[in-house]
Design a binder for this molecule. Structure first.
Ligand code: PEP
Ligand code: MG
Length: 604
């Protein structure tokens, strides 16, 4: 039966493919395709895990037999019998081995896939006693997963490199899709998960998935931001998706509309194949603007810079025609490391090499490195406990510069690495989430300390321009104070909106209130840009607003001349700029600023 689920539009584009439903975080296991030659091995792993759990239960049963009858609770004995029965039931064993043999799923994935199938059957049972047996099934499967558990915790950690990009069995394709795919082309796979961390997503680049859907998350959550950077169709905040979608369901993700179609009709598939082709053509047209300078019709030059997460992303930045990196989210070097078996924090040398690689990758163009912004939806390590992200309101907690100032030794290591990399090209050092003058002063002292240490050790380093992110309303309201200390400002609209409107950017239940057109936001933006420009200081916007073409004209009208965004967004924003007249946009932007309802002001 066809139905649709609405979520938040994250990244443009359409993908049509088969669902791969990831188990809930309780059973967050590795999902990967095995080589056909490994089928036997995987079946043996599964059987061995089952035998181990059977033995464990039998051992407990034997212990119960030795107890005086009164001490052996009848419920427990019955429960263990049920668990044994479930484990030895052929429906489970056959189902799991089918996933392994026919679909080449690894044992853990096969187990969770079969659990999902059986759990649905239990849900549909009339008898409440039988319906409740679902919990028992979950328990025995969870026990088997524990036995199977290997190293690593990320969903992609154990994807063998040999399977990357490998064709998935085409199975039976809807006829419209059959026509659209090349004869040897695999049916795309779409990952459906309750949640994915931003660092999980970075591994998407090397994975077999062509799109993803999550139940949680807002448009400017970091998972969504990374997805936009990867340019893969995605929808977040699609509530109940992993309950409503079954393994192998056909799905259409409409990343522009934030809609997910489940089991679409042949006509809908045809329609979306058409939309997908149109999108691809449009992208091809836009790439022709790559070498065209971003200048308005009335001759105003605009700098379009790139937001990156990893040094290697500079290739995409260059490819898209960026004139520098406006935001290198350095925290991605620090995230999800223990899951990969690395030390918790990268040391100075590792960081230095990463920053130097970014500088060299930009071939002399400036690179803005933002110091570590860990916290909120970017935990250092998902598995680590007791971190900043464990608190009730992590977005208001020990995040970004607050965390760095609480861990000065760690921060100085990062500052030293950045200063050293500055000997190889122009680096602008950007500090996130500042709100207090005391924080500014402490930060400047630590930068001095890093320089003094390098001087004392005779280590070469370069000069950097210092910038502050304006992403807390308090900072926006004291722009002129910030300008006394900094060479440039960069407005982080994602957080500025979150903190001004008191909307958790990760919480899909309040996503409808996350409104960049809110007059308070527009007023703050105008004021920061105007104050910085009046003092001859450089100001940019590096939040998602900068890459969203619905804001380009307004930001130009406010006088903004430096935008930083995902490389994939640069061509479309550039096209808007090439069609704009900055002088005409200024009075129009003023009109919007004066309005209680900015949406009511017609476009120019
Ligand atoms: C922002 O807040 O707008 C920003 C660019 O930083 P981040 O999205 O990484 O919080
Ligand atoms: Mg921010």
């Amino acid at each position: 039966m066809s139905f649709s689920i609405h979520g938040q539009a994250v990244s443009r584009g359409v993908v049509i493919g088969r669902a791969v439903v990831m188990a809930s975080s309780r059973m967050d296991v590795a999902h990967y395709f095995i080589e056909p030659t490994d089928i036997g091995k995987e079946l043996r792993r599964m059987a061995a895990a089952r035998d181990t759990v059977v033995q464990e239960i039998e051992q407990v049963q034997r212990g119960l037999v030795d107890l005086p009858a009164s001490d052996a609770p009848a419920e427990l004995t019955a429960l263990l019998d049920v668990h044994l029965m479930l484990l030895q039931d052929q429906t489970l064993a056959k189902g799991v081995s089918d996933w392994i043999v026919e679909r080449h799923y690894n044992a853990e994935w096969a187990l969770t896939a079969q659990l999902e199938v059986l759990a649905r059957q239990f849900d549909e049972m009339e008898d409440p006693y039988l319906r409740e047996r679902k919990a028992d099934l979950e328990q025995v499967i969870e026990r088997m997963l524990v036995v199977l558990a290997g190293e690593g915790s990320s969903v992609f950690d154990r994807v063998p490199k040999s399977t990357i990009g490998r064709n998935h069995d085409r199975g039976e394709l809807p006829p419209a899709l059959e026509k659209a795919l090349a004869p040897d082309e695999a049916a795309p796979l779409i990952l459906v998960a309750r949640d994915l961390s931003p660092s999980d997503l970075l591994q998407f680049k090397q994975s077999i998935f062509a799109g993803f859907v999550t139940e949680v998350g807002g448009k400017t959550s970091h998972t969504a931001i990374v997805a936009r950077g990867l340019d893969i169709p995605a929808v977040v905040g699609a509530r109940s998706a992993s309950q409503l979608i079954k393994q192998d369901d056909w799905l259409v993700i409409d990343g522009d509309g934030g809609v997910l179609l489940v089991d679409p009709s042949p006509t809908l598939i045809e329609e979306y194949i058409f939309k997908q082709r149109e999108g691809n053509l449009e992208r091809e047209r836009l790439t022709r603007l790559r070498h065209t300078p971003a200048v308005t019709l009335d001759g105003e030059a605009v700098q379009l810079m790139a937001n990156i997460e990893q040094p290697g992303d500079t290739d995409a930045a260059i490819e898209a025609g960026a004139v520098g990196v406006g935001l290198f989210r350095s925290e991605f070097l620090f995230m999800g490391r223990t899951a990969k078996g690395q030390s918790q924090l990268p040391d100075e040398e590792e960081q230095f090499l990463a920053y130097k690689a970014a500088v060299e990758g930009m071939h002399g163009m400036p690179v803005t490195i933002r110091t570590i912004d860990i916290g909120a939806d970017k935990p250092l390590d998902r598995q680590a406990r007791g971190g900043a992200d464990d608190h009730l309101n992590p977005a208001l907690g020990l995040r970004a510069i607050r965390w760095c100032l609480a861990e000065p030794a760690m921060f100085v290591v990062q500052l030293r690495a950045i200063l050293r990399a500055a000997a190889f090209g122009q680096i602008d050092l950007l500090i996130p989430m500042l709100a207090h003058v005391s924080e500014i002063k402490q930060t400047l002292q630590l930068i001095d300390r890093a320089r003094q240490q390098l001087d004392a050790e005779g280590v070469a380093y370069g000069s950097v321009r210092l910038g502050a992110m304006i992403e807390v309303p308090a900072a926006a309201m004291m722009t002129s104070v910030f300008l006394k200390y900094f060479d440039f400002l960069s407005i982080g609209t994602n957080d500025l909106i979150q903190y001004t409107l008191a909307i958790d950017r990760v919480d899909e239940s309040v996503a409808h209130l996350y409104d960049p057109w809110h007059p308070a936001i527009l007023g703050l933006l105008a004021q920061v840009i105007k104050t910085a420009r009046a003092q001859g200081k450089h100001v940019s916007v590096c939040g998602e607003m900068a890459g969203d073409t619905q804001f380009t004209a307004f930001l130009l009208g406010l006088g903004l001349r430096n935008f930083s965004m995902h490389p994939t967004q640069i061509p479309a924003v550039k096209r808007q700029i090439l069609r704009s007249n900055a002088a005409q946009l200024a009075p129009w932007a003023d009109e919007i600023l004066q309005s209680d309802d900015p949406h009511s002001v017609p476009p120019l």
